[in-house]
Design a protein. Sequence first.
Length: 98
Amino acid sequence: MTFAFEKERIRAISDDGMPMGHIAFPRVRAGLVNISQMMIHPKFRGQNVESAMMDALLPHLTSQNLKAALTCPFAQQYIGTHPEWKAILPGEMHFTTH
């Protein structure tokens, strides 16, 4: 699997070139994006593509000095179970996981 970063989106691509999924992270304001949507191709669901994309996206955002609001339920759950990434949340951002 490889990752392609585009403006406000990361795409996961299989080794044979098939699109596996994407995460949208539109800019909200200077220094802040919103991880708003995650889509996984049905063929690749249940194969940890979601986590792999988050594992690629969060260091990318950090390297760009960006904070991230989370309206995507998977992103909320991921950050909730990976406390090492909570620093990426803006100070005013709070959420609960179910």
